[in-house]
Design a protein around this ligand. Structure first.
Ligand code: NAP
Length: 291
């Protein structure tokens, strides 16, 4: 089969990252070579409008994955959003990829998955090991934080003049979903250059929660301060504003991990792969504020 006729399958294709990957990919290869995996048929309508094939499959249902991966050459496994269940789900995907003879698998992992202080990294590190053990050529897309994770800070910052967090003075090299998506598409299309690559992907410019607060304040034209809270107090506050306890704990743990440098990286691999500087925090915040 020629390079031009390779079939690409993106899992989690209707998710926020997945949609952006499909949009990037159809600018690089014909849409007829792109397959979007979703778990509910109704989730595929917008993707189908891009001209891609939509297949149905769930990480929890190996039979559905066997059918969905037929004829697939290159696979992007977008990590499951179901924290705690991710390893068995991802192992179902890897086993189905192996059975289908998939020739390349890219996986959206987390920055320095094998040494990260963030609890979230445990399932990613285990998934990476399973992929490596499968013998399928791979690329680990070790994504740092999404800039979009901070859009939820805008409302409270404008209302209370403060951004709360437990990340201390930790520097965070977040990047936009669109930049990570573009990198995933580049790696898939040029997979020959990324065989068994471990890519630490992060934004060019790091910021602390203090500079996040200041940037929101500058854009909004009002003072916004960073209110540091210890892990337990921050978790309790998140529970109080309505987050489920487990998710609140995970966010607080991630902030503590960030305070230890777990989300900081200055290697600039992401901007090299996408061929331009990464989108800045200010740009993403300004867009969210309608500026
Ligand atoms: N780097 C970061 O800052 C960061 C932040 C948040 C999440 N993440 C990770 O990155 C992934 C992608 O981010 P995102 O923003 O695109 O998340 P998202 O919008 O929640 O999308 C997650 C996608 O995974 C699919 N999915 C979940 N469980 C599945 C299952 N059992 N079988 C098949 N598909 C399943 C979802 O399908 P449905 O629409 O059917 O649920 C959805 O398409 C997340 O899942 C998470 O692992 C990273």
């Amino acid at each position: 089969m020629s390079q031009d006729a390779k079939k690409y399958l993106i899992t989690g294709a209707n998710g926020q990252l997945g949609q952006l990957v499909v949009q990037s990919l159809v600018k690089k290869v014909p849409a007829s070579q792109v397959i979007a995996l979703v778990r509910k048929p109704e989730a595929g309508a917008e993707l189908a409008a891009l001209g891609v094939e939509v297949r149905i499959g769930s990480y929890d249902d190996p039979t559905s994955l066997d059918a969905a991966f037929a004829g697939v050459d290159k696979l992007l496994l977008i990590s499951s959003s179901e924290i705690g269940k991710r390893l068995p789900q991802h192992e179902n995907v890897i086993a189905a990829a192996k059975k289908a003879g998939v020739a390349f698998i890219a996986y959206t992992s987390i920055l320095r998955a094998d040494s990260s202080p963030l609890g979230l990294a445990v399932e990613h590190a285990a998934t990476e090991k399973s992929i490596a053990a499968s013998g399928i050529p791979y690329a680990f897309l070790r994504n740092s934080w999404y800039l979009e994770n901070y859009l939820g800070s805008i409302g409270p910052a404008l209302e209370h003049g403060a951004v709360a967090g437990a990340a201390g003075e930790g520097r965070i090299s977040a990047a936009s979903r669109a930049d990570y998506a573009e990198a995933a598409a580049v790696v898939l299309v040029n997979s020959d250059q990324y065989i068994n690559a471990v890519l630490e992907l992060a934004g060019d410019e790091a910021f602390t929660l203090g500079s996040l607060a200041a940037t929101i304040g500058d854009l909004a034209g009002k003072p916004v301060v960073y209110a540091y809270m210890p892990e337990e107090a921050y978790k309790a506050m998140l529970v109080q504003v309505g987050l489920p306890e487990a998710f609140a704990g995970l966010l607080a743990d991630s902030d503590v991990g960030a305070s230890k440098g777990g989300l900081f990286d200055e290697g600039k691999a992401l901007s090299r792969i996408i061929g331009r500087p990464t989108t800045s925090l200010k740009t993403v915040l300004a867009a969210a504020l309608g500026q």
